[in-house]
Write a protein that binds this ligand. Sequence first.
Ligand SMILES: Cc1cc2nc3c(=O)[nH]c(=O)nc-3n(C[C@H](O)[C@H](O)[C@H](O)COP(=O)(O)OP(=O)(O)OC[C@H]3O[C@@H](n4cnc5c(N)ncnc54)[C@H](O)[C@@H]3O)c2cc1C
Length: 433
Amino acid sequence: MDVIVIGGGIVGVATAYQLRAAGHRVCVVERHATVAQGATYGHGGIVLPTPLDAWFGPTFLDPRRGARSGVVYRPGLSSSARRFAKRLAQWQASEAFRAQWLRLRPLVELSREAIASIEAGFHLEFEQTAGILHVMRHPREWEQAQSAFDLLREFETHHHVLSAAECADIEHSIPAEPTFAGGVMFEQERTANCPLFTKLVKQVLDEQGGVQFVFGRAVEAIRLESHRAAVELAPPEGERTHTREVDVMSCDAVVVAAGAGSAPLLERLGLSLPLHAVRMLSLTAPIAYEECAPHLTVVDSVRRVSMTRMNQRIRVAGAAVLQPDRELAKPLAEPLLEAGTALLAQATHDWVPGAAKISAAHAWEGQRLLSPDGLPVVGQAIHPRLFVNVGHGPAGWGLACGSAKVVADLISGATPLVPPETLAALRAERFAS
Ligand SMILES: Cc1cc2nc3c(=O)[nH]c(=O)nc-3n(C[C@H](O)[C@H](O)[C@H](O)COP(=O)(O)OP(=O)(O)OC[C@H]3O[C@@H](n4cnc5c(N)ncnc54)[C@H](O)[C@@H]3O)c2cc1C
């Protein structure tokens, strides 16, 4: 089949890879000049989520607790963002959380296999480092995370629960004083460079052939007919619109993997998904003092800030900015940017003091799409020729390679390698009722 994938982030590129592997001809349309320029660019580095990373779980960013939970903006009572956060918070209760994690877990495991297969098949090096240490400051946060600990035990996820002193022993950059509740060490989970991985996969596709990349063009609309589908392209930047005819590319199926740009395209087709774009910040700072730099990735579990060493720099990512939808199209207001940067700087100061030269950091902000039940939206939607692969939240890389495989299997008419309950929980139709 001829398939058009809209979006050249990790999700679009992974989808193109899996479609090509299944024998389809693929065209990726990306409005930027190259791949990995959206949310994928500012990735915090964590490859696969554990129950402690789950954004719908017990350590979820509760906006009512403000900066203490890693949120830098409290939307007003009436805003859509607040309603959205309330819906997401429903999954924090331990039974609900467990049930939702059971649905998500097969996708995480499929992703693990898919990444490993690409990595080994093409000998890719993308700054992979093993070892992630989650730390928690207060005993009540430790208590709150118990249902995530239960899941780690239930699924025999390789981990060690550590006291504060053991955390400081295992990771010299963490100060033993003031003391804190403790930590969980995942020695086999990894961090790596997602934009680099995305570019390497694109390079593999360029070498293999069968995938065309159209850069610098935005898709304006999708056409769906019984025998064919097509996308309409906006004129290239700088060209006069009234002298041009609309460029149309036709295909057998369209996959929307356009990150935060997906909603307008789908809404024009009548598919309105209750996804919310959340801004997240990252700081990339040079190492200040080598002797203070962490050799493990340190994650402040409750404030949701990851501190990842990437060669001679540290990437600090987190600081979710929850805003009403109407503010998302505007640049981030300076006070919010400052508040977010301060939150990331504080986490760095608390957990890895002296490691990063924050005054010389490069700040970046990106939007990630989150669904109100925490799961991405993956599969066929509203028309036999339309597929979606969106809403991966803060675990886009982790889930992208698995969700790409699910989409490729569905387009090929093969049975996806996740259980039917997971497949049903990922479908766009779950929001219909
Ligand atoms: C600061 C930060 C830290 C993060 N840390 C982690 C982490 O540690 N681990 C993890 O797993 N995830 C993390 N995430 C989330 C992860 O980065 C995202 O979930 C993931 O990158 C989403 O990939 P995507 O391809 O869907 O979106 P994007 O990377 O945004 O790609 C979508 C692409 O579609 C293009 N596009 C949009 N509309 C159109 C259109 N109409 N026509 C053509 N092209 C279009 C855009 O230009 C863009 O390139 C983080 C996110 C942020 C912002």
